[in-house]
Design a protein around this ligand. Sequence first.
Ligand code: CAA
Length: 457
Amino acid sequence: MNTGIDAVAYATPRTFVSFDGEWAQKRSLVFTDGDAAALTAKVNRGIGLSQMAVPDAHEDIVTLAANAVRRLLEQSSIELQDVGHLIFATEGGVDFSKSASAYLLGALERIPSLAKGGPGSTSHICNVEMKFACVGSSYALEYATALLRSGMSSKKYVVVVSSDVARYERESNAEYTQGAGAVAFALCQNPSLVTLDPTPMAVASADERDFFRPLFKDTPTVDGKHSVGVYLNLVEKAYQNHCNNYFKQKLKASDSDVLADTAAFLFHVPFPKMAEYMAARIFLPFFEDVSEISEEQRNEKETDFRKSSDFRSIFEEKVEPGLTLSRKIGNIYSGSLPLCLASVLKGASETQTELVGRRVIFFGYGSGACARVYSGVFGGGCEHAGKIIGQGARGFDRELSVSEYERLHALHSLQAEPCAIDPGVDSVVKPSGEIASFGSLAEPVEKVGLRDYRYVG
Ligand code: CAA
């Protein structure tokens, strides 16, 4: 039975910080001895980012998810009545117990154009939050596919939304890899965008300490360089499993067949340069045998290989189109890999690149740690999806000053106490025609800490 992705939409905040302006001037005092141009060059070319999305005061994972799901349903003319399951993948969550998916359903019911029936109109939707750092979205996709393949989905569609706000300590070398956004997929049988290959998703797991956020902290504890190594090793292992179990055994395809047949290698993107490191790890063995050399020698070879014309041409054709949106949005944790698919579809429609019938490989990674690798084949709906994917997506239209950004960064700290937000006062761009977070309630006693989402007309 063919199952997979039938529609895609994404949402971002409107507010952003650019890495070539005031931020670079201020942070160059911390990182590059006051040389702002050197810092901008490092972040643009060394990390791969030109700016980062910053959530406004009224935005969080639930409001971003509501915007993405709303666009998904409206653009694809999918009725909430036809959605049987809604799976919310996130690194973060907004409550230790109450599922973000329950808050999301409540939010959707408040959008007048969507839930015509108002309160109770989504009561038929099974919903759950799934968490495993950034790889939760791949687990959500696996669950969605299992529901559809087994016939356990009572309705035509399963919706997966992956939504996160990536926050690190200010003035740390992870600060410029922050971001915020949500990506929604509708999955069904006989999908128009990507039919997932009929094989189990490959896996490589390990109990790791590369990146974690203990309950008492509002930013992660991260060992950046170590996290890059864990990512490379686990994703490589999962990819080898997928190659052996599916490409080689079932399709009888060689490495060069896989390279030729695959239009898009989509990697989890904590920052775009990471996709380059990973691509070199995957592509180098297509050119030479590195199985017998030491790790150090291999790292050196990969660094040289990244500069070669062989690598650059494959990368430009098969990886770069997936990174366009990430370069402006930054890391959106669980949504980063799904965002690559949106980016490829959008780019292919702009450059009139034919995707239909060609393969796409997904490389998921979540710290802690787990890699999932899976693949599929692009379908006939890609061109149309690529055309509409950017329509109605709110672009970035408000650059933040450093003081505005730092105020929002502080406001989004996990609050030990209930914290009311007044978008009319606290937000830089006031919400309009959308779901907004009003923070959490301080009273009455039975509602202390309950999050307050309202539709602002
Ligand atoms: N011009 C061009 N390039 C420059 C430059 C300049 N002026 N200055 C430096 N560079 C290059 C460096 O040469 C280097 O490139 P190469 O590797 O090709 O040599 C690149 O910039 C990066 O330099 P650094 O390694 O010194 O970068 P950094 O100190 O900024 O740290 C980081 C990078 C460790 C990833 C840090 O940003 C971090 O800790 N980020 C958070 C953790 C993270 O994202 N980990 C990724 C794996 S874990 C994961 O994927 C889960 C997740 O989402 C978090």
